[in-house]
Write a protein that binds this ligand. Structure first.
Ligand code: LLP
Length: 397
């Protein structure tokens, strides 16, 4: 049982059900469903006034309770695999509100999308365009498509999560676009709805989005001159979250984000704008809860070894990503110590944080690794034959 008086100054003891955490087997993801609901309400509030539809990128978190909650709020789904199409249907997203992206869609995945009647295939190459046209023809269907454009805009984010620059594999370069658009319009079994863009992830500065709007405006003007008007423009996702101080910005700045598009994107009459957000929807509602197994000292370095590892949360190991770490059970007001917080996996990269300042930490303490709702559970693995992480929710629906 935990003494609530000893709970941290800046940690709200009521935001985590500590008694339940103490009894529970760790590690697990704890999802605060009120935070998720508030986030979804804010999206609706700030996206209103535009003719738009917001899609949730399931790759950020495919947990069924999370996806069902998001579907209930009326969002569409952005998908990158056949299994994600199935999961989105099970969660209650309407097929007509689904977009399917990815550079390597296989035949069974394309056929599944056609059979279920998904709203749009975001096509990333000419060979893919031909295959979708052929498979749709064989099935007696017309495939709704958008061409993914690589706008060569640097979103100034981590190199592994930048997607819109010329050197990465996504989309079709603007210089090669026109003949492909014209070709797609002529194909018998595709219906070209529009253009798709996505410039990267964890974007915290707005100028790359302004540049994206300008690029889209120029392209639209150009195609208008050719007599081509798109019924839909998909601007992708990528809005970042505050990993350094999650409590200060538990809801991302949707006002600025949607405001940029309202101000800078010149839409055509009746044109629909698609957004596809992942991290900003689910990032802050998730916390990885783990227990200290041992505290070890080696050559003047102190290690806090926890029972979660890179198999539960790979972002620090893979991208050097920062996640705020809190000791939920230690005396918060006393002295602090610098620790490397590490997992049990047999890899040197299994480190959650170097030189992490924590209150004096002991075996059995409960540790929170914050802002892990996006790309946490969804990127978990079984390496070392470890169990996939469990999960717990703040509300029981
Ligand atoms: N649309 C497309 C085409 C995407 O590729 C992505 C993410 C999204 C939308 C959603 O982006 P978001 O709003 O979540 O930034 N595992 C990395 C992030 C990879 C993002 C991949 N694409 C991480 O943990 O930071």
């Amino acid at each position: 049982m935990i003494d609530e008086k000893n709970m941290g100054n800046d940690i709200n003891p009521h935001s985590f059900p500590m008694e339940i955490f103490q009894q529970a087997r760790t590690p697990f993801y704890y999802y605060n469903m009120e935070v998720l609901q508030q986030t979804l309400e804010e999206i609706k509030r700030h996206a209103s006034g535009m003719n738009c539809s917001v899609h949730y990128a399931l790759k950020a978190n495919g947990n069924r309770k999370i996806t069902s909650e998001i579907a209930k709020h009326g969002l569409g789904a952005d998908l990158v695999s056949g299994r994600e199409i199935e999961a989105a249907l099970e969660a209650g997203f309407p097929a007509s509100e689904m977009a399917f992206s990815g550079v390597g869609k296989t035949d069974w995945e394309i056929k599944l999308g056609l059979k279920k009647g998904i709203g749009c295939f975001n096509v990333e190459s000419v060979p893919e365009l031909e295959v979708i046209n052929q498979l749709a023809g064989e099935m007696g269907k017309t495939a709704p498509i958008a061409i993914r454009v690589n706008p060569d805009i640097d979103a100034h984010t981590h190199k592994y999560i930048t997607t819109g620059t010329a050197e990465n594999k996504f989309g079709i370069g603007i210089e090669a676009l026109e003949p492909i658009v014209c070709h797609a319009i002529r194909l018998p079994h595709t219906h070209l709805k529009g253009l798709h863009f996505h410039i990267g992830s964890q974007i915290t500065q707005m100028p790359p989005y302004v540049m994206l709007c300008q690029t889209i405006n120029d392209l639209q003007d150009h195609y208008e001159q050719l007599g081509i008007r798109f019924e839909m423009i998909n601007v992708g996702g990528g809005l970042g979250i505050d990993y350094n101080d999650p409590d200060a910005h538990i809801i991302p700045d949707f006002k600025s984000y949607f405001g940029i598009f309202k101000q800078h994107l010149n839409t055509k009459p009746n044109q629909l704008i698609h957004f596809e957000l992942g991290r900003s929807i689910v990032g802050q509602c998730g916390t990885l809860i783990t227990r200290v197994v041992f505290v070890k000292e080696n050559r003047n370095k102190k290690f806090v070894i926890v029972d979660a590892g890179m198999t539960d949360l790979i972002r620090p190991a893979l991208y050097g990503a920062y996640h705020k770490i809190e000791n939920l059970t230690a005396q918060q007001t006393g002295p602090t110590e610098e620790y490397d917080v590490v997992g049990p996996v047999c890899e040197s990269s299994d480190v959650f944080a170097h030189h992490c300042k924590l209150p004096i930490t002991r075996r059995g303490d409960i540790i929170a690794i914050r802002s892990t709702g996006a790309y946490g559970e969804s990127m978990a693995s079984n390496y070392n034959m470890r169990d996939l992480p469990a999960c717990m929710f703040s509300l029981t629906p």
